[in-house]
Design a binder for this molecule. Structure first.
Ligand SMILES: [Zn+2]
Length: 281
């Protein structure tokens, strides 16, 4: 087993090195929260018809009309889930997907949690600086009202970033895809720094058309990283932070890192949650 000093040196060296980039940055321009392009074809055209039908279907549903189910069945939505540790390129993958949909003539919107304000609340920003305008919400259930019925009906694709922060993710995805025929792309952490499920992201896997687990690069050895190591002594699950607080690690270095952090806590007699990465540098 490595000594604590040796591990500190490793961690310090890793922190000094530039953060690895697994997915190359795209060159997406900043877009308004609701992007409407005139060219609509294929599925988009069907969705345009579907949007009108949905209103009709919803009205019939409220009246108990049996025809509503037939209309909904004809206008099927989709759910795609992107998970992985921090720095795996989840937001980059989400933006690429949403941008591609917009490029195909679909109307797209992007939502993120208002808990994460590291880069401001008006845009989703990747770790490498790519960004796109978004809605920052505390809960997904408020999206429909904030956007308005008319605008919501025109939306084809809904991208959700940092989805682990939304407690109502499951219900929102159900309604958006099953009832309203939307394509929903969900990106978020599957696990927290303890490797336990984070929020509701894994709950929507049974609803999903596709699930993609991305990996990062271990900051200590460069191998594939599946986990997020928290470098501080803070123990609450939701701790917003970047490379100052977290690092992607492989299985081996996740386990080593836990040993170092625990040993540091014991050696230094730390019992408060205010101790940070200084102990590891
Ligand atoms: Zn490693």
């Amino acid at each position: 087993m490595r000594s604590i000093c040796a591990m500190r040196s490793l961690l310090a060296a890793a922190a000094a090195a530039s953060a690895p980039t697994v997915l190359r940055a795209g060159a997406f321009p900043l877009l308004p929260p609701l992007l409407s392009l005139p060219l609509r074809r294929g599925r988009a055209a069907r969705n345009m018809l579907g949007a009108a039908r949905t209103v009709s279907a919803a009205a019939q549903s409220r009246l108990g009309g049996g025809a509503a189910m037939d209309v909904r069945a004809a206008q099927s939505g989709e759910i795609h889930v992107i998970v992985g540790p921090m720095f795996a390129g989840k937001t980059t993958a989400l933006l690429r997907r949403v941008q591609a949909e917009a490029g195909s003539g679909r109307t797209v919107v992007l939502i993120k949690s208002d808990k994460d304000n590291r880069y401001g609340l008006d845009s989703v920003v990747t770790h490498d600086g790519t960004k796109m305008a978004c809605w920052a919400l505390s809960e997904l259930s408020s999206f429909h009202d904030k956007l308005g019925m008319e605008a919501y009906d025109k939306v084809d694709v809904i991208g959700i970033d940092e989805a682990q922060f939304f407690d109502d993710l499951y219900d929102f995805c159900c309604k958006a895809a099953d009832r309203d025929g939307k394509i929903v792309v969900v990106a978020g952490l599957d696990g927290d720094y303890k490797r336990k499920k984070f929020g509701s992201v894994l709950d929507v896997v049974p609803l999903a058309d596709s699930v993609t687990k991305l990996t990062a690069r271990c900051e200590l050895c460069g191998r594939r990283a599946f986990f997020t190591l928290r470098k501080t002594q803070e123990t609450k699950t939701e701790l917003i932070g970047g490379a100052d607080v977290y690092m992607p690690v492989c299985r081996h270095h996740y386990l080593d890192g836990q040993v170092v952090i625990e040993a540091t806590r014991v050696v230094l007699g730390l019992d408060r949650s205010t101790v940070t990465a200084q102990a590891l540098k």
